[in-house]
Design a protein around this ligand. Structure first.
Ligand code: FEH
Ligand code: ZN
Ligand code: ZN
Length: 346
């Protein structure tokens, strides 16, 4: 089969021919209909060899939907031809976190060598994807595969983040979204669908600020050192009750904390590698900070239900498998609107 692989440290992703996966006992092979690209892929392709926690070559792609193509011995719960979305944060499946569906916080996966597809295990940017267990498959009936695929990360991650901030987002509150990319533009829609908060979006790019307004932001402001004062002006000097940093560099971390109200919930969701200040007198009194990772399996079921109800939609650009390297170049250049989605079997 054809697959998009990261083959050596620092190399550009390549389209290669590799053997089709064969399902072992309990496993499922999914014929991939659509696979999404993520900024995290760029981050991992920029890591030095000593920080890469898995061997190369590796097939990329941690967002995937498709149809069940083959079942390993003893596999039950799905049928050939079922349309399925892949829940990506694979855990041990046995511990308390995994038993609660919070495989994104499984403390044993790393030690057991359990990796997510596209993040150490063979990923979805291929014609077929091997899924370790049927519990990682979620139906997405009623949704177009291209519209559904990025719900598995660009939808799931902001949904998990917004759920944590919900107690702070009461009538009259303000939520700030820093970064209107693949995750940020969905976060704006989730905040509008799930909360009464006024939504203020920040970005450095005019096209992204226009997208923010188009998907429901009440305000769209340039993301620079002037933003906290503008947010305090909008909030009568109080600041925002929730701030979501989907960029995650030091500058946006500073903007996030400087924009926060007392008792605010501030989240660092981006992979920019920047630290956020924390400490008495460094942040507003009572501020909580959270660094979420991806989302739970229950969250994925819920965000698919939200999309099916028409409460959110992921803006996408589609590419063939051979076009995936170009899509990654456009993503790196900040030229992708919403999410880049590859159709491996077209
Ligand atoms: C991937 C790898 C590491 C951190 C975060 C991510 C996200 O893109 C998954 O949602
Ligand atoms: Zn991702
Ligand atoms: Zn576990």
């Amino acid at each position: 089969m054809k697959a998009v692989q990261y083959r050596s440290v620092g190399a550009a992703p390549e389209v290669v021919e590799i053997p089709d996966p064969e399902p072992g006992p309990g496993q499922v092979v999914v014929q991939v209909t659509a696979a999404g690209l993520c900024h995290s892929d760029l981050t991992l392709m920029h890591l030095p060899a000593e920080r890469l926690e898995f061997p190369l070559p590796m097939t990329l792609g941690h967002e995937g939907v498709g149809t069940v193509a083959a079942l390993g011995a003893g596999t039950t719960g799905v049928t050939i031809g079922d349309s399925v979305a892949v829940y990506g944060p694979w855990g041990c499946g046995l511990c308390a976190a995994c038993a609660a569906g919070r495989e994104n916080y499984c403390p044993h996966a790393g030690r057991l060598g359990i990796r997510s597809p596209g993040l150490g295990a063979p990923g979805a940017l291929a014609q077929f994807l091997l899924v370790d267990d049927v519990r990682h498959l979620v139906p997405f009936d009623g949704l177009d595969p291209v519209a559904a695929v990025s719900l598995t990360d660009a939808g799931l991650t902001p949904y998990h983040a917004v759920k944590w901030a919900l107690p702070a987002l009461v009538p009259g509150s303000t939520a700030v979204v820093i970064g209107v990319g693949g995750l940020g533009h969905v976060a704006i829609q989730l905040l509008r669908a799930l909360t009464p908060a006024r939504v203020v979006a920040l970005d450095v790019n005019d096209d992204k600020l226009a997208l923010a307004g188009a998907v429901g932001a009440h305000e769209a402001l340039v993301s620079d050192e002037s933003a906290p004062a503008a947010i305090r002006a909008l909030t009568g000097g109080l600041g925002a009750e929730a701030v979501f940093d989907f960029v995650g560099v030091a500058a946006t971390g500073r903007i996030a904390v400087a924009s926060a109200a007392a008792q605010a919930r501030v989240l660092n969701v981006g992979l920019g590698g920047g630290a956020m200040p924390m400490g008495f007198m460094l942040v507003p009194p009572g501020m909580s900070a959270y660094a979420p990772y991806w989302g739970t399996r229950g969250d994925l079921i819920e965000v698919i239900a939200l999309a099916r109800a028409g409460a959110l939609s992921v803006r996408t650009e589609t590419y063939t498998l051979d076009g995936a390297p170009l899509a990654y170049e456009r993503l790196r250049a900040g030229k992708v609107t919403g999410r880049a989605v590859v159709l491996p079997n077209c």
